[in-house]
Design a protein around this ligand. Structure first.
Ligand code: ADP
Ligand code: ASP
Ligand code: MG
Length: 412
């Protein structure tokens, strides 16, 4: 008998039939004697619909009220799920975040889980019930509803699994696992049997939305055994786990892309100590997360700085830097929303020269211009024109032979 946490994404609970299908799957595990905790997302498209509704009444809906609105999506699915189970005579309870006691800070729209009091969930499990928890939502110190950020139900599930010390956390989605790249844009994408926490963290942070990044962080920190699979068949999926020996043999495990960022360039800034600090401190005060930064070498005492911020924060960023740059005696500010970041990720590239070079030459062979580059121990990212995203992903997938089951370290 095991304690299993399962999370079903929006496509798996898109309508009553699918909810019943998922519920039957859960019942199978329950009949085998397992304790089952089920975390559900809202029906596919529902969160977007709710946000749109809010925006019909305000360009920038109040964040607290927007969270109250968005959290309703998950309330509907957990209720329907438990209604179905109870109608089959199966003991079940649905819990919203205040009942499941998922405590967060007050950062509406991107709240962080600060603790989970599992007493109620345990009590329900003890009574033999299937416990269904609304994903994506939490409750702050004064009892207000918060949401965890888009894709946040993954984080709810892994955090509950960590708090309950569950034997397994399964994330059910609309693809069969974690692939070498997004299977929707690269037909040659190959499903991985396993991937290390660190690679998955990089892939998630670089755009592979199959797992929300914070869920992977929790899984790594608390050693939660995590599996990504589909609710549409019984194929085994992908294990996200501690790095093992043969993972290092693989040079590049995956290719990711993200169209979420925008570029800002400030040209002709005075090149003296304290300028970068002034600019990036002001941006940080605006709660804006800067990703890549490059500064060219100074000429005639002036330098250019280019950086990327989330597209959603571009307007705010420009509002912050415009007066500041005028004050600092800087030059022109330009920005571009039509950029994409393509990245290659792999623990095997740690000790391998030539990986970045191969990436750059394969992009060059397709005439794709690289605007910015950043690297870490296990990834290389390039900013390119957004219109070449799909081509770049397929090109890199081919260049590193990711369609083959076990590409080796050799670079030939
Ligand atoms: P859910 O609603 O189940 O949370 P998401 O849409 O958030 O599902 O995530 C699943 C999607 O992630 C897939 O449909 C796929 O298009 C996309 N995706 C991006 N990169 C990858 C990858 N490397 N492996 C698998 N899926 C990926
Ligand atoms: N329903 C939320 C979203 O669409 C959370 C999730 O699905 O994980 O972002
Ligand atoms: Mg998701």
């Amino acid at each position: 008998m095991a304690l299993i946490v399962q999370k079903y994404g929006g496509t798996s609970v898109a309508n009553p039939d699918r909810i019943a299908n998922v519920a039957n799957r859960v019942v199978k595990g329950w009949r085998q004697g397992n304790k089952m905790v089920v975390v559900l997302s809202a029906m596919a498209g529902e969160t977007d619909r709710l946000i749109k509704l809010g925006r019909e009444l305000a360009d920038y809906p109040d964040p607290r009220e927007l969270d109250v609105l968005m959290a309703t999506g998950e309330q509907v699915t957990v209720a329907l799920f438990s209604i179905y189970l109870k109608a089959q005579g199966i003991p079940a309870t649905s819990l919203l975040s205040h009942q499941a006691r998922i405590y967060t800070d007050r950062a509406y729209g991107k709240a962080r889980i600060v603790g989970i009091d599992t007493a109620r969930i345990r009590e329900e499990l003890k009574k033999g019930r299937i416990v269904t928890v609304a994903g994506f939502q939490g409750v702050d110190e004064v009892g207000d509803i918060t949401t965890l950020g888009r894709g946040g139900s993954d984080t709810t599930a892994v955090a509950i699994a960590a708090a309950l010390k569950a034997d397994l956390c399964e994330i059910y989605t609309d693809v069969e696992g974690v692939y070498t790249t997004d299977p929707r844009i690269c037909p040659k994408a190959r499903k991985l049997d396993k991937i290390s926490y660190d690679e998955m963290l990089e892939m998630a942070s670089l755009g592979a939305k199959v797992l929300e990044i914070r869920s992977v962080g929790f899984a790594k920190r608390y050693g939660v055994p995590l599996c990504v699979r589909t609710s549409f068949n019984d194929h085994p999926g992908t294990l996200v786990m501690q790095e093992d020996k043969d993972m290092e043999d693989i040079l590049v495990s995956g290719v990711t892309y993200s169209k979420n960022d925008a570029r800002v360039t400030i040209s002709q800034l005075p090149d003296r100590p304290g300028i970068a600090s002034r600019i990036f401190n002001k941006i940080a005060e605006g709660n804006i997360v800067v990703d890549m930064i490059i500064q060219n070498t100074s000429q005639d005492g002036r330098a250019d700085i280019t950086f990327t911020v989330p597209k959603a924060d571009l307007k705010n960023t420009l509002d912050i830097v415009q007066p500041l740059v005028a004050e600092l005696g800087g030059g022109q500010i330009t920005s571009d929303e039509h950029i994409a970041k393509v990245s290659i990720v792999g623990v095997g590239m740690r000790n391998n020269a030539g990986v970045a070079a191969r990436m750059f030459s394969s992009l060059a062979a397709e005439n794709i211009n690289i605007m910015m580059i950043s690297t870490s121990e296990i990834k290389v990212s390039c900013i390119i024109d957004e219109k070449y995203t799909e081509l770049a992903v397929r090109t890199l997938h081919d260049a590193f032979h990711l369609e083959q089951a076990r590409p080796r370290k050799e670079l030939t």
